[in-house]
Write a protein that binds this ligand. Structure first.
Ligand SMILES: *Cc1c(COP(=O)(O)O)cnc(C)c1O
Length: 388
């Protein structure tokens, strides 16, 4: 029988990490001792307090039913309190907060609520792939805003073509940034809000790494900026914050109308996050300060081990202030990010992500994820000696 994929499915690029995972399984099967600095998935376990909260909540039959689409009200209240304490932003738990099955889910479903076929999303490049994927699945057209080192990996809003702005409905921003590990200067969020108002754009601020930061730096919220709540929403995730990638829990906060749109899409697709996981999410926010103090110290030590180690080998890389990634310009002799990542895998049994996987402007770079122990990172540096 001749089944055919839709045009929109055919337009989607293959999901980067599915491809990398295939390559990884192949070399693992050969019995090689691989150091995986590829995907950004915390290696440390979920804190035991959170697991305990899940265990307790899972035993309550009340939690065995369909969760409410709009999310558990105690969890929403806890998120509101966390936002207030962490960012000094007030949110209405009824209308301005929505739990998600991981923030990727909300990020990729949002365009279905606000993008008509042919509408444009303004998307940083390189970027986290679901901004493009969600836009394409909604029939929209990604317009890429290059992130360049000379502009500190911020998009240059003045360079966006007028023709694209006419059709643009959404602008994605992501600071602290994946994959470049860059942070944004003070005032950038305000500039984005002013720009969004001028062109009637929805701002989708992806704050997945708002809690992973070093050297005393504390990332800010887009919603705190003047005009923030008027123009946008912010996506948060417990995945990176509390080592909960497998649990699938995140939330989106901000503009009431945008939240209502996402909620309407979701109510037609899923039926919410398992109540016991939302209860565990409350505990996650309760213990996050203490947990993050420990984790950020660990990531900072790993960052220093990697960057200091590579600098000693003559590879000049700057230390990022946030995220658990290091974004490194390719060493002089290498031709492409795919070729270099392949060489590193063949010669050093290390997995790193080629920058091109995050978009055409990622070419010329590779990304290291700091999600293995300091000792393994030191071992990786030793092995890289052979390659560099
Ligand atoms: C990991 C990540 C997410 C989302 O993770 P979820 O597990 O779906 O909550 C979102 N944005 C960026 C930039 C990420 O790196």
């Amino acid at each position: 029988m001749g089944f055919e994929f839709t045009e929109r499915l055919n337009k989607l690029p293959p999901y980067l990490f599915v491809e990398i995972d295939k390559a990884k399984r192949k070399v693992r099967a050969e019995g090689r001792d691989i150091i995986d600095l590829g995907i950004g998935d915390p290696d440390e376990p979920t804190p035991k307090e959170i697991i305990g909260a899940l265990y307790k909540a899972a035993q309550d039959p009340q939690n065995h039913h369909y969760p409410l689409d709009q999310g558990n009200s105690i969890f929403r209240d806890r998120i509101a309190r966390w936002y207030k304490e962490r960012f000094q932003v007030s949110l209405d738990p009824e209308r301005e907060i929505l739990p998600l099955l991981g923030s990727k889910e909300g990020i990729s479903h949002m365009p279905l609520a606000f993008i008509n076929p042919g509408d444009v999303s303004l998307i940083p490049d390189p970027c986290y792939p679901p901004y493009k994927g969600g836009t394409i699945l909604a029939g929209g057209v990604p317009y890429l805003m290059p992130l360049r080192d000379e502009n500190n990996f911020l998009p240059d809003l003045n360079k966006i073509k007028k023709s694209a702005l006419k059709k643009a409905k959404v602008i994605y921003i992501n600071y602290p940034n994946n994959p470049t590990a860059s942070i944004c200067r003070k005032g950038f969020f305000e500039e984005v809000a002013i720009f969004a108002k001028k062109y009637n754009l929805i701002v989708a601020s992806d704050a997945a790494y708002s809690e992973i930061a070093f050297d005393g730096y504390r990332p800010d919220s887009f919603l705190k900026a003047e005009g923030g709540k008027e123009t946008g929403v912010e996506f948060h995730s417990l995945s990176k914050t509390c080592n909960m990638t497998g649990w699938r829990i995140g939330f989106v906060c901000g503009n009431e109308k945008i939240i209502a749109g996402i909620a309407k899409v979701k109510s037609n697709i899923d039926s919410g996050v398992f109540n016991a996981i939302q209860m565990a999410g409350i505990t996650a926010l309760d213990i996050s300060d203490k947990h993050l103090e420990r984790m950020n110290k660990i990531y900072q030590e790993r960052r220093d081990a990697l960057v200091d180690g590579l600098n000693k080998l003559g590879w000049a890389i700057k230390k990022p202030k946030a995220t658990f990634y290091v974004w490194a310009r390719l060493p002089k002799k290498s031709k492409s990010s795919i070729e270099f990542a392949g060489l590193v895998l063949d010669k050093a049994d290390i997995i790193i992500t080629p920058g091109i996987g995050f978009g055409e402007n990622g070419e010329g770079y590779v990304r290291f994820a700091l999600t293995v122990s300091k000792e393994r990172i030191q071992e990786a540096v030793q092995r890289l000696k052979k390659v560099l």
